[in-house]
Design a protein around this ligand. Structure first.
Ligand code: PLP
Length: 649
């Protein structure tokens, strides 16, 4: 018998080589970049827990995220949970309004800023209500891209100063609602996206005897960097070109209604990482603004749409999920660009508007989930070959394992792959058995492990990816498709990290898989283009909680029911002082019966059918009547349960 365990590293042997005695929270902060993307809302405390910071009565206070999690669990909200922080949402609204106000004062701009929140970015009632309530002091309005969103806007408490901006395709019903809103005293703009819309609006307006407030969305030739590059410029789906704009003016002149045209609107795309694009866009838009004014339109409003980016990676660079400008810079640059273009023409400064969605809501939501288990690519230590002669390819692998070192690493790596593949080939031809193959694979893993111990700087470039290839798979209790759909759909990067144990060194490299049975159901796109992140080894009997940050924009309603994983639990908190917070709103996630009814099953009928099957089993003597009772109880309780992994023990 050959015991190959002798050759193989014991786990503790290599663990000690990378063990770190003086790890601390500061080093974790560096590893995960939390002080760069956290925008001061998030940080790590000395005890190794993630904290949420906010300012109350001029004083900075912090609340520990693991403590919030404890509070949630005590209230019956199990993982995964979407956690909203109202203080952060309020702070974002304050930031954007005050930053524009400061820039206006600083540059002596002769008009005001009025923001509107685009409902599509987060339609959830709690979020929109908080924006309306806190935003009241700034008359922060709403942007609606559909009839349903307009109805949400109209059902919020009225405020004559607040704007409603209607984008998107508009039919008669949409238009009628908007005109009624004007009658009720709302400042409700229709932004023309196509020429035909104007006819619908004017027809409706005549019928109801209400004059519309019109804006035109122009198609700029400025293109933007980032994910939506291909959709910017001439090929953008929305907006009027110069030819169509002339058409709009002619049509309005005909009925003497040029006064209705009061806004120029453009939207270059979301998450614009490059401030130069924004400046250029504003300049181009201002040319259109001047031209419309010269044509006799009333104008008075310039709406710059969305695009104000979030620095998900915390690198402050012109990369898709970062941005190369600050909020203050954004405001100042826009105002400068407007003044530079309009002042020489002696055109009055318009009300400046933005429809900043992502910026407003991204930071205010965190997605918390736990890790259920880990699978790794560690060699095992006691694999026996049994009473067999050792295949020569196996002997070769043993030799490689013995000699591999810095001097011959590339050669050994190549050999290991070659011999392993030879073994696999022989296995496929039936020339070696399962045990031999297992031993070979195990030797191969041992060789890779030994290579990984070599200082990364010393490794040839090809082997740099070894960490990725050997990375652990951490199984998370969540669905990417339900909770972080953009990571799957557009490769979006969100900062992900543990919320505790941050004064311990994270010794494992991992990618994260979700609960769906889909190869795409994983997180393997992390800050810096990395496919893996460092995580801690799981401790027996202890929860390990991870968090995806900055998930407040776009994730909740773009999500889907893949594998019938439903909405997660949602909890909103308000921080009230140091280590003090209250749970202000809570929603239980979908139950299994909820998600089944979304796909046209009637849970009652399902139960009846299942009961018939169980009753048959009683009749056939497969189970007892007492069994029947238990089985039906399990089924019924399951229907009411959470769609995610529940630890009921
Ligand atoms: C999506 C959208 C926005 C929001 O963009 P953000 O980049 O999230 O701020 C604003 N305006 C229009 C017209 C949009 O379609």
């Amino acid at each position: 018998m050959i015991n190959l365990g002798y050759f193989i590293f014991t786990k503790s042997e290599y663990m000690t080589t990378i063990k770190n005695r003086d790890w601390n929270a500061t080093r974790s902060a560096e590893v995960y970049g939390i002080n760069r993307w956290g925008a001061e809302y998030f940080g790590i405390c000395d005890d190794g827990n993630v904290v949420i910071n906010t300012i109350i009565d001029g004083k900075k206070v912090s609340v520990s995220v693991p403590e919030i999690v404890e509070g949630m669990k005590a209230r019956g909200f199990e993982m995964p949970v979407l956690l909203r922080i109202e203080n952060i949402l309020d702070h974002r609204l304050r930031l954007i309004n005050e930053s524009f106000r400061n820039a206006i004062d600083q540059l002596n701009y002769q008009n005001i800023y009025r923001g509107v929140f685009p409902i599509k970015v987060n339609q959830q009632r709690h979020v929109v209500e908080e924006i309306v309530n806190f935003g009241r002091q700034y008359h922060h309005g709403l942007e609606a891209g559909s009839k349903a969103e307009l109805m949400v806007a109209l059902a919020s408490s009225p405020d004559n100063e607040r704007y409603i901006v209607c984008n998107g395709y508009k039919d008669d019903e949409f238009v009628e609602l908007g005109l009624r809103a004007i009658q009720l005293g709302w400042r409700c703009f229709f932004v023309l996206e196509t020429l035909s819309e104007l006819d619908v609006i004017l027809r409706c307006s005549e019928r109801l005897g209400v004059l519309p407030i019109l804006g035109v969305r122009v198609k700029l030739s400025t293109t933007v960097d980032g994910h939506w590059q291909a959709d910017s410029g001439d090929r953008s789906i929305f907006g009027l070109n110069s030819i169509q704009l002339v058409g709009v003016i002619e049509r309005l002149k005909l009925t003497n209604q040029l006064d209705c045209l009061q806004m120029l609107h453009f939207h270059l795309g979301s998450q614009i990482p490059n401030i130069q694009n924004i400046r250029q866009g504003v300049q181009e838009a201002c040319r259109y603004y001047i031209s419309l004014k010269n044509e006799g339109a009333k104008m008075g409003h310039l709406d710059l749409g969305g695009g104000l980016a979030v620095d998900y990676e915390g690198t402050a660079k012109c990369d898709t999920y970062s941005k190369n400008y600050s909020l203050d810079e954004y405001c100042v640059d826009i105002i400068e660009a407007v003044m530079e273009t309009l002042d020489p023409q002696c055109i009055e400064h318009p009300v400046l508007m933005t429809e900043s969605g992502r910026f407003t809501v991204a930071h205010a939501s965190l997605f918390l989930f736990d890790i259920l288990e880990v699978s790794n690519f560690e060699p095992v230590n006691n694999l026996m070959l049994g009473d067999k002669a050792c295949d020569t390819k196996l002997k070769n692998l043993i030799d490689v394992l013995e000699i591999v070192g810095i001097e011959n690493v590339q050669e050994c790596y190549n050999d290991a792959i070659f011999y392993r593949d030879e073994i696999r080939r022989k296995f496929n031809l039936g020339q070696i058995d399962l045990r031999e193959r297992a031993v070979a694979e195990n030797l191969f893993l041992s060789i890779m492990k030994k290579i990984q111990l070599i200082d990364k700087q010393e490794l040839p470039e090809e082997l740099n990816r070894l960490n990725e290839e050997m990375a652990d798979i951490y199984y998370g209790n969540f669905s990417v498709f339900q909770s972080l759909p953009d990571t799957w759909a557009i490769g979006q990067v969100f900062p992900v990290m543990p919320i505790h144990r941050l004064n311990e060194k994270p010794e494992r490299e991992a990618m994260i898989a979700d609960l769906t049975c889909d190869c795409d159901g994983k997180l393997d796109n992390f800050i810096g283009g990395l496919k893996t992140i460092p995580l801690h080894e799981l401790n027996d009997g202890e929860d390990y909680h991870l968090c995806a940050f900055l998930v407040g924009a776009y994730q909740e309603t773009l999500s889907d029911l893949h594998n019938l994983f439903g909405d997660s639990n949602v909890v909103s908190i308000r921080i009230t002082g140091e280590d003090e917070f209250s749970f202000v709103r809570e929603i239980h996630g979908d139950s299994i019966s909820d998600v089944l009814s979304f796909v046209e099953y009637d849970p009652r009928i399902l139960q009846e059918k299942f009961r018939d099957t169980v009753e048959c089993a009683v009749r056939d003597g497969k189970i007892t009547v007492a069994n029947r009772r238990e089985i039906l109880k399990t089924f019924e309780e399951g229907m009411r349960g959470y769609t995610y992994y529940e630890n009921l023990s």
